[in-house]
Design a protein around this ligand. Sequence first.
Ligand code: ATP
Ligand code: MG
Length: 422
Amino acid sequence: MVYRVAERLQAPRGTFDVLPDDSERREAVESAARRVLGGAGYRRIETPAFEATELFARGVGDSTDIVQKEMYTFEDGGGRSLTLRPEGTAPICRAYAEHGMHRLPQPVKLWYLGSFFRYERAQAGRYRQFWQVGAEAIGSDDPAVDAESILLLATLLDELDVREVRLRIGSLGSPDSRVAYRERLVAHLRAHEEELAEEVRVRIDLNPLRAFDSDHPGTREVMREAPRMIDALSPQDAEHFAAVRAMLDAAGQPYEVDPTLVRGLDYYTRTVFELTSDALGAQSGVGGGGRYDGLVEQLGGRQAPGMGWAAGVERILLAAGEQPVAAPEVDLFVAVDGGDGARTAAFAVAAEGRRARMHAQLELAGRSLKGQLKQAARVRARYVAVVGDTSSALRDMDTGEQTDVETETIVARILRERGLGA
Ligand code: ATP
Ligand code: MG
């Protein structure tokens, strides 16, 4: 292959580089998740970045936008169809079944943080590779699982200072009550076919619930009169939903019941919810999830109810206030004032400092002594060692005091001054 020399390559459309300045804010999301979710007994899980395509076709559902048009699917060298994961719940249910986690105390509570891939129209807050933090509790249908799961996401967003958050909840009932409801909804849509958006009309039979999501004016008008799942819940489903609401009330968590809340994945049953931030523009969804009582079984495992959510890391950061990031501490900056001998000796001092668990930085760019001291101040070094060919000096950057020292004693001296030495 011949490459044009001057061509400057760029990251693919819809992707971005996480630069060092950004990665510190992202680490704050990770440590808050570890604190909030770990504190509630959730343990971290990682699944592969790609899975068999069939997992998502079966798990997320053939009729969803995700499976129909958003997946990055490819064939590997062995002719298998694989897909970069567009979401995390189906893989975790696969892992639950594959590792026989039903034998563990239930529910099994798991959290994850990683990147996900969807072929979408790239815009602010919408990317083709993005990060999600998520939590799943598998193995119990207790409404307390639902309420706790919702509350954990609300708490996480609160800890991260996500502004103007609103919680909407709904219930999609169980598959049995949904079949009867679906027929009534399809009949309603058929009776108003001419008023519907083209894309809704062609999917009446495939995915009628998605009509609630349309922003087409004619469709919205038709949906105002449409039968609502929330009015068609079985007594058991209604009771479950009431119990979830009572617990959110008891915990003082504000929410709105949204009878038209549908989510873009087929596996949801009973509780669904979404957290949005008014601080975001058009892409206002920060996180959401719900209960998926049939998913593990649908993937070939034994029946196990589940509940979980995912939140977008980039949207969290977009909706969060600016938070000061603490600069990392540098214990020792090793400067060089001399020739080759000094450079080698300086290298050894930095290495010794690191062995003693110091954060040590070494001059790497051949700066003048003045430039090195400036660099040491820039990285906020506590001590600067100026290593020469025959002698060295140690400067305490807090007091400005400088003493001549033997090169071999520099690290021991700092440890002694800080009360860490032998
Ligand atoms: P949206 O309505 O914005 O398309 P969604 O319903 O597809 O969101 P989920 O599948 O529920 O989103 O994923 C949970 C969260 O992941 C979203 O609330 C959002 O914060 C984030 N997310 C989803 N898709 C993207 C994307 N393409 N880029 C960035 N973040 C995303
Ligand atoms: Mg989407």
